[in-house]
Ligand binder design. Structure first.
Ligand SMILES: C[S@@+](CC[C@H](N)C(=O)[O-])C[C@H]1O[C@@H](n2cnc3c(N)ncnc32)[C@H](O)[C@@H]1O
Length: 217
């Protein structure tokens, strides 16, 4: 049954997205609103962004350096900035970054917005917090929009993520969200190969799907 659900989940979501999400749509959390372009990851129909927002909300972030790696709409970045963090928001999706620039102004926060493939343009940076909501379906993305969902047939995104986080930046706390709908053991193995253990710090079941936030140790 679980296998069946896994198989239908993604095409179903894809069709839902096409029908629901053909022009920029507003998404709000606790008074913060962003406009999300159809080529950008939609927080409306997925659970991960909201779970991360709830996770970040109680953190003490004043004067902390905070990276949202792969920021999409950037609403997590804006929340962190409202909590007085010094925020860097990165993505490879330039549409996401230009929409975020506007959203930051509208929400009256200052963000450093940097186009970067993973940590490529962040060499030598130090962060108190790194937050990652990664693409995790093992398929080759056909375009930038699909990079929000697909991590490459052979999990290339994760191969590079764990390699680069060890070599390009230093950090205190790195957190990543994953769903039971993805190959968590495979991703944990890639992390371990790079001497990183993924420790579960939060487990949350929403609409019968379990989501986990992992801390990098
Ligand atoms: C699942 S979405 C998460 C978006 C946002 N952080 C959120 O929680 O709503 C993944 C994001 O990672 C970005 N991404 C994918 N591959 C990337 C890479 N190699 N470097 C930087 N960003 C990447 C995608 O463009 C997308 O915006």
């Amino acid at each position: 049954m679980r296998q069946f659900i896994k198989k239908i989940t993604h095409p179903f979501l894809k069709l839902g997205l096409q029908l629901y999400y053909f022009k920029p749509k507003k998404y709000c959390y606790e008074g913060i609103c962003v406009k999300v372009h159809p080529d950008v990851f939609p927080p409306h129909l997925t659970l991960s962004t909201k779970i991360l927002l709830d996770f970040i909300k109680p953190l003490q972030l004043t004067n902390k350096s905070f990276l949202e790696l792969g920021c999409g709409s950037g609403i997590i970045s804006i929340l962190a900035a409202k909590k007085q963090a010094n925020v860097i928001s990165t993505d490879i999706n330039t549409t996401a970054l230009s929409f975020l620039k506007e959203a930051a102004q509208k929400n009256q926060v200052a963000l450093s917005i940097i186009e970067s493939d993973l940590f490529e343009n962040l060499n030598g940076y130090t962060f108190d917090y790194i937050i990652i909501n990664p693409p995790y379906y093992p398929k080759k993305p056909k375009n930038t929009k699909e990079k929000a969902w697909f991590c490459g047939e052979n999990f290339e995104y994760f191969e590079q993520l764990f390699k680069q986080i060890n070599t390009k930046v230093t950090y205190q706390n790195a957190y990543m969200i994953l769903s039971e709908d993805c190959e968590i053991d495979k991703i944990k193995d890639i992390a371990l190969k790079n001497k990183i253990t993924l420790e579960t710090v939060l487990e949350k079941k929403v609409l019968s799907e379990k989501n986990y936030i992992f801390k990098f140790l």
